[in-house]
Unconditional design. Structure first.
Length: 70
């Protein structure tokens, strides 16, 4: 008898075929390997004084042909 706390995967409902368990195990191994290889550097949050996007509803409807806002 195996202890269920020692297993990595557990089928909650239904009957999984051995091929399905193998596929889930392979996908889990790939995801864990990718998560382990990700760099754990500090995340840099930029705080800018202005948004880098324009709200088109706040712009005037007409711009002069010689305007720098193109």
């Amino acid at each position: 008898m195996t202890n269920t706390a020692d297993t990595l995967l557990r089928v909650e409902k239904g009957n999984a075929a051995p091929e399905e368990l193998a596929a889930i195990t392979a996908i889990t191994a790939i995801l864990l390997a990718r998560a382990a290889s990700a760099p754990e550097g500090p995340t840099v949050h930029r705080i800018g004084s202005q948004a880098r996007w324009r709200r088109l509803e706040r712009t005037p409807g007409f711009r002069a042909p010689h305007s720098w806002q193109g």
